[in-house]
Design a protein around this ligand. Structure first.
Ligand SMILES: Cc1ncc(COP(=O)(O)O)c(C=O)c1O
Length: 396
């Protein structure tokens, strides 16, 4: 009964493990959840008030399919002013989270068999989104040697007549790596040389640390902008995961096609959420985002310091953005825990959860089976306690 397209589709491993851990916690298990892609901060007050105002004033009907005009305009202004990408409101479509923006972008870009180049480690959903749209994900491996960034020659080796797009995710989930302006310029030149579209997932753009500068691909010039679909959202910057608001900005024919697709499938996101997002964007005091960033920066330091001298674990690369750290666990292989041998990141994560109740994401679905992803979206006290438990796990 199930189509070939859907039959092989696994549940999202991050969402599944996160749900399992939340269930354990609800059952009273003292578990520390470092799997999540969701900040523990509350949604800003202004955003909540925007949502409440929408309800009480009866702003509860379908909106324009591509989103309400003031929100499209505010997103365009933010991209123009903060990231120097000169977009206008008509260049933007508002979506049900960045997830829908990405899925719809691939759906309108790809014909069956078209190839999209992405790197490993990659966010778990990217390959599935490309396949669901009829495309073929072409995964280019990266490692510590290339700073977990694309190597130009490795991309060129994989380009064929079917290559349609290059997918970039900076800051990256799961590495936290941020591409520099020069590195993005080199990728943009490559895209121009081979006439590729660029899908740039910039959902973590506001969360970069330690003086590192975020560069938006579309700010690199008119030619690059004309081939780029910039994807972003409100889930991470404004701790609004449940409101489901994201966006894409790009060439008008692409945005129009994405709007048409959305018009026949989901329509626009909830009117209430759009008003909340608008309020967050326009009215949130700048200081509040700065405070959230400062707290994340503190947690990042705690995480990196905590990983510094754990036997068998190695921070794969210093994270500069997002709220994840990728950790190589191959140094623990061969250890026995309760009669189970650790032989990959999955067994490591399973034993860690079982023995000391710390949940981390195994890396196989991110394309790195010898690594785990640690999320520092939780409070400092939990991070400290998690490392105390991990040390105990590794030294007994
Ligand atoms: C790289 C990346 N892109 C997109 C998303 C989806 O975000 P949204 O909640 O806006 O759909 C996530 C969320 O985990 C992510 O990590």
């Amino acid at each position: 009964m199930i189509s070939r397209r859907a039959a092989g589709l696994p549940l999202s491993s991050t969402a599944t493990l996160d749900a399992h851990v939340k269930k354990l916690a609800a059952e009273g298990v003292d578990v520390i959840n470092l799997t999540g892609g969701e900040l523990d901060f509350p949604t800003p007050d202004v955003a909540c008030r925007g949502g409440i105002d929408a309800i009480t004033s009866g702003f509860t009907r379908y909106t324009a399919v591509s989103g309400i005009a003031p929100l499209r305009q505010a997103i365009a202004e933010r991209l123009t002013e903060k990231w120097r990408c000169p977009y206008e409101g008509d260049d933007v479509v508002v979506t049900n989270g960045a997830k829908q923006a990405l899925a719809n972008a691939f759906a309108v870009l790809l014909d069956p068999g078209d190839e999209v180049i992405l790197q490993a480690p990659h966010w778990v959903s990217f390959p599935h989104m490309i396949s669901l749209a009829g495309g073929v994900p072409i995964v280019v491996e990266t490692d510590a040697g290339t700073g977990f960034k694309f190597d130009r020659d490795a991309i060129v080796d994989r380009i064929t007549v079917r290559t349609k797009a290059l997918l970039i995710n900076s800051p990256s989930n799961p590495t936290g790596v941020v591409y520099s302006r020069a590195e993005l310029t080199a990728l943009a030149e490559l895209a121009a040389e081979y006439n590729l579209a660029i899908v740039s997932d910039e959902i973590y753009s506001d969360l970069v640390y330690g003086g590192v500068e975020f560069t938006s691909v579309a700010s690199l010039g008119a030619d690059t902008r004309s081939r780029t679909i910039t994807v972003g959202g409100f889930s991470k910057t404004f701790a609004m995961t449940g409101w489901r608001v994201g966006f894409a900005a790009g060439p008008r024919p692409v945005i129009a096609a994405m709007s048409a697709l959305q018009g026949h499938t989901t329509s626009a996101p909830s009117s209430i959420s759009q008003r909340a997002a608008l309020a967050a964007l326009v009215d949130e005091p700048i200081q509040e985002l700065a405070d959230r960033k400062a707290e994340l920066e503190r947690r990042r330091r705690l995480t990196c310091d905590g990983l510094a001298d754990l036997p068998g674990l190695r921070l794969a690369v210093e994270p500069e953005g997002a709220f994840f750290a990728l950790v190589d666990v191959s140094g623990t292989y061969g250890r026995q825990h309760d009669g189970v041998e650790i032989k990959d990141a999955a067994t490591f994560a399973e034993r860690l959860l079982h023995e000391v109740q710390v949940a981390v994401m195994p890396g196989a679905d991110f394309g790195v089976p010898d690594h785990i992803r640690i999320s520092y979206a939780v409070g400092a006290a939990e991070i400290t306690e998690a490392f105390r438990r991990i040390r105990a796990f590794l030294t007994t």
